[in-house]
Design a binder for this molecule. Sequence first.
Ligand SMILES: Cc1ncc(COP(=O)(O)O)c(C=O)c1O
Length: 353
Amino acid sequence: MDIDPFDLERFFARFEADADIMLAESGIRALPASEFDTDPGELGYVIPTAGDPAFRETLGERYGRGGDEVLCTCGAQEANFVAFAALMGEHAVTVTPTYQSLYSVPDAFGEVTTVDLQPPEWDLDVEAVKAALRPETAVLVVNNPNNPTGKYLDESTVRALYEMAADNGTYLLCDEVYRLLDPDPIPPVASMGEYGVSTSSVTKSHGLAGCRFGWLAGPREVTEAAATWKDYTTISPSTFGQHVARQAIDREDEILARNRELAAENRQRVAAFLDEHGLDWYEPAGVDGFVTVPDGFATGRSFCESLVRTQSVVLAPGDAFGVPDRFRIGFGLPTDRLEKGLDRVDEFLAHHA
Ligand SMILES: Cc1ncc(COP(=O)(O)O)c(C=O)c1O
């Protein structure tokens, strides 16, 4: 079994540690640990290892599911991994461009057909998805809201995908890590019926990546099969992570209100900046936008590499998502940092005009 290198992580590994400003982080800025009680008591495993039963009940409520239909994991990354390990047969269909795990992991287990969102609005041709499904397709995969484009497919499109998948005996897995950054989120896929599986975490919308706490919600046969794999990956979620994640979910309304306000304010600032510089994007949900490459640069990668070398600002090259003529900007950081970063991009572009 082979897995492709994770292109975006390899790009970050070359530049992120030494750069002054990270304008490519995909989630909202991190909250300080001082906002939470950080003493979980004894530092054993989380028992039961699927996650605290009362907390799983609480998380299950957002999907209309019981606690045994929720499996707590180390981040959405592990939730996706164990979901694919549990679900994959011969074939998956993934809507792209998207976060690489959502096609490279199923590709390690079987075959993946990709169906592209269409620029400039990143619309999804639902009929193209239908044409890609095969009798043996085990899972249809979508990330909604989408990283890197910021496209948020509407409820009727997602329900059409669900019906199509269910009619084919295929699970619809939706990575919903950005869902709660939207002020008006659509219902999660795991609430849509027996073929619906949602993955999420407190990383992107709540600003708690360091908790390494996520979950998978769906039918019990899926959470149980995924738990079988999790016994071989991390055993249990992090005890610290679960302790803080519980408090964050208790205070979710207040945390999300703050984070949505920051996202809206920063989105406006980036939109104005792009306008000034003749660059284009689809105005995104969440805190990631996928921007056209400035004149004078052959690809998003040549632009990003030149920028980080001269201005110490990291943006993400579009080819890490299979789209070489774009770059991704992450604008979830504190507004003063965002402005410093944009000032440096401005200086850089002035020298290359
Ligand atoms: C769509 C998507 N899913 C999952 C992850 C990983 O999330 P976590 O930190 O919860 O493992 C990311 C991180 O960038 C992401 O963009």
